[in-house]
Ligand binder design. Structure first.
Ligand SMILES: [Zn+2]
Length: 163
């Protein structure tokens, strides 16, 4: 995806108030992120460990989603699979919950998905980050196809939030 500025990211949030979007913590090192390898940009809030955020490119427009997630605690010894990139981690997948955008969210409706706790899905798919032995199932798909699948899963998740 194309590199985004802090201002663009804050303006792209669809499921929190303008005040929250203004205050939440956006990484300061945006200029050093590997944007060309990112299908979406995700990060955890260093000040609030249960909060995470992701920004996706939807038809050329950034769409940002605020998430609440369980931490990747040591209690989680079960192997679980990320629903976006299909990487399996032991203790590295969190249930992330997003309030739905607009009135549905105000009424308490939310959407949940199991997602890599560090939101580094695009890097796992590309083999740029290692999730350990057995984390990626051997598949006959090409890298392009795996990326397309991850993007499709991400879009489906974002579409449920914005529906
Ligand atoms: Zn993932």
């Amino acid at each position: 995806m194309r590199p985004l500025t802090e201002r663009e990211i804050r303006a792209a949030f669809v499921n929190c108030t303008k005040g929250e979007a203004k205050r939440l913590s956006v990484p300061r090192d945006l200029g050093e992120r590997p944007w060309e390898d990112l299908d979406f940009f995700g990060w955890r809030d260093p000040q609030a460990p249960d909060r995470a955020y992701l920004v996706a490119d939807v038809d050329g427009r950034p769409v940002a989603v605020a998430l609440r997630g369980t931490g990747a605690g040591s209690w989680q010894t079960r192997r679980s699979m990320c629903s976006l990139c299909l990487t399996t981690h032991t203790g590295g997948v969190s249930l992330m919950v997003a309030a739905r955008a607009g009135r549905a969210g105000q009424q308490g409706n939310s959407v949940g998905a199991y997602i890599c706790s560090d939101l580094a899905c695009p890097l796992y798919v590309r083999g740029k980050k290692d999730a350990g032995v057995g984390a990626r199932l051997p598949e006959s798909l090409t890298l392009e196809q795996k990326i397309e699948r991850t993007v499709a899963n991400l879009r489906a998740f974002v579409a449920k939030v914005t529906a």
